[in-house]
Design a protein. Sequence first.
Lengths: 74, 183
Amino acid sequence: MNTGKPMAHTAKAQSPDEGDKQKSPKASRLDRNTRAKLGQQLRAVYDEVVSEGVPSRFTELLNGLNNEGKQNAH
Amino acid sequence: MRIDDSVRQEILGAVPGLRAFAISLCGNVDRADDLVQEALLRALANIHSFQPGTNMSAWLFTILRNHFRSEYRKRRREVEDADGHYAESLTSHPEQHGQLELTEFREALGKLPEEQREALILVGASGFSYEEAADICGCAIGTVKSRVNRARTRLAELMSIQGVDDFGPDHETRAVLIGSRRG
């Protein structure tokens, strides 16, 4: 699902933001490198979980439904 | 209940991301998996309302988030006894590679306001567009953008990033980190 959209992409999003009237000066102080590093850390934390794949309880849940369905159908 | 194989595969394909998102929401792996399970059961019960050809992952994320908002947060408050519990439980996620930098990052992430955290994760890690994230969170695109910006700024503050040189892992570790997310 991770389409690998570069975080830098968002740097172009300079349009005025709703709900952020006082456009934080600190936000613009984050340089591209800092944002990229934060993005790397974020994805590393996220992907650590993603790399665990699908725990059996979920495959069983979905397969179980189908087996049930097949039994009912026959 | 019977679902098409293709639908089943789509749902299973979304599960790893759903888990990662759920962990970021409730800060505890076991509760996150229960949340995913309940969200999947809800989705399956309402599978007729899913429009084939649209984004299954976004649909499931929306269901999970709404379920968390309506049920789980309430429960979490009941369980939670002190401030800081969330950040603590986040770091209890088993370390797989002994990455101290990630532990620090996880702590900082846990201190973000919930709305900022979810926006940042949806856009920065789950790979959703601002528009999709706005749909999932039920808010305007501009709101998502501003939440993501504020989340980044706050993270940088929490991690005391003064400049690039002060930040995180050395080049070698960083290469591993980058490599690991391709795997």
